[in-house]
Structure formats: C-alpha cells, structure tokens
Design a protein around this ligand. Structure first.
Ligand code: ADP
Ligand code: MG
Length: 216
C-alpha cells in the first residue's frame, strides 16, 4: 500500500476538459483539502454538509459542482446560492464567473437587498442560469413572481453559520420551500454550531458530511 498523496489534481475529477483548462489558467494547480474532500461527493450528486475554515476554497468547491450540472443551452435558473451578505454574494458571483467556461455564456445574477428591485427584476426578465443572493431579497423576488425556481437543480447554503447568526433561518425555510424537492442541496460553513444540524435535517436529504476541523 502506498500513501495517498495529499495534493490531488483537479484532473482526477469528472470535469470537462475546458473546465480543467480554465482552472489551469486561473492558477488552481491542485485542490485544497476541502475541495478534495467535498467535490467527489458533490459531483456524484449527493447532498453535502462541508465545514472548513475561512479561506479554504469552499466557493470553488460548490461552484464547480453546480457548473458541472448546468445546461447553458437552457435559459432558466438551475442553481441558487444563498449568502449572508452582499459582499459575500458579490465574491461568489465573481468566482462562479471565473470558473464558468467562457464559450458557454453562463449568466449569473446577484440579488441582494439595499439596491432597487426594478433593475434586478428587469435582469431576471432577460433570463439567468444562476442566482446568488441574500435570503431576504431572494424571498422578495419569489413573492413578486420575478424569480421562478421550477428548473432549479442545485441549492447552496453558503456561510451557513453566518446566515444563522444573522437570523435568516425563517427566510431560508421560505426560499427552500419554493425549490423543487428533487434537487441537490450543498451546505458550506466555516464552523459547525448546533443550528447547522437543524438546518440540514430540514433541508438536506441523507447528506454526506465533510468536516476538516473539529471544534472542541
Ligand atoms: P472560503 O469560502 O473557504 O472562505 P474562498 O472560496 O473564498 O474560501 O477561497 C479563498 C481563496 O482561495 C480565493 O482567493 C480563491 O481564489 C483561492 N482558491 C480557491 N481554490 C483554490 C485552489 N484550488 N488553488 C489555488 N487557490 C484557490
Ligand atoms: Mg466562503
């Protein structure tokens, strides 16, 4: 038996050649530990709870998973990422855009509060493949009918610990209740407070768990 190498290249994953070339271009040579632990599970279609400290590369982990399933020829919302703040939502949107294959023209929209509804509603009217936003604003769009989630196949709860800290549990519940039951749900968090188990019991189906740092 040989020792397992610690640095696993992205090429060991079932990713499209164009995606691998893109990762190369971005300078992502090998997977970070949370990517190596979570991507095979997410790409296999399982629900997932992934916990690893801030700065460990969680964004690319869920972004590559949702992009792998995206059918860019269909112009409807197939993936949604819920984030605690506008700043984090903007970062996630940028990372998804960088990881998306240029030739596919993947449209990612950021939907956060603190900006007028009208331009967001107009952008949604033109269509989007992926939406990234805060639970409150996403809920507003669902209530007004400007956002439809009937084609959604991937729901991501990013920075779930912070969303709970900020009191977003009920908003997350409302938004999740409007997502198709047949979907993949990926929960990413820097810490693992008690509320995470409650979230996952309610919104995830038989999730696999990857926890890189135990909290004592
Ligand atoms: P987290 O969400 O875990 O706090 P991020 O997803 O924001 O962390 O990633 C932190 C930084 O690491 C980002 O600048 C990102 O571009 C970079 N990064 C992510 N994955 C890799 C990789 N495989 N190789 C090199 N850099 C990476
Ligand atoms: Mg993050």
């Amino acid at each position: 038996m040989t020792n397992k190498p610690t640095a696993m290249p992205f090429s060991e994953l079932a990713l499209a050649p164009a995606t691998l070339a893109n990762l190369d271009r971005l300078g992502y040579a090998v997977m970070t530990p949370i990517q190596a632990a979570s991507l095979p599970i997410a790409l296999a279609g399982h629900d997932l709870i992934a916990q690893a400290k801030t700065g460990s590369g969680k964004t690319a982990a869920f972004s590559l998973a949702l992009l792998a399933r995206l059918d860019a020829r269909r112009f409807d919302v197939q993936a949604m990422v819920l984030c605690p703040t506008r700043e984090l939502a903007d970062q996630v949107t940028q990372e998804i855009r960088r990881l998306a294959r240029a030739e596919e023209n993947v449209k990612v929209l950021t939907l956060c509060g603190g900006t007028p509804m009208a331009p967001q509603t107009a952008s949604l009217g033109h269509g989007a493949h992926i939406v990234v936003g805060t639970p409150g604003r996403i809920m507003d769009h669902l209530t007004r009918g400007s956002l439809t989630l009937s084609a959604l196949n991937t729901l991501v709860l990013d920075e779930a610990d912070r969303m709970l800290d900020m009191g977003f549990y009920d908003d997350i519940a409302t938004v999740a209740s409007q997502c198709p039951k047949e979907r993949q749900t990926l929960l990413f968090s820097a810490t693992y407070p008690e509320g995470i188990a409650k979230l996952s019991q309610r919104f995830l189906r038989s999730p696999k768990e990857v926890r890189l740092e135990e909290r004592h």
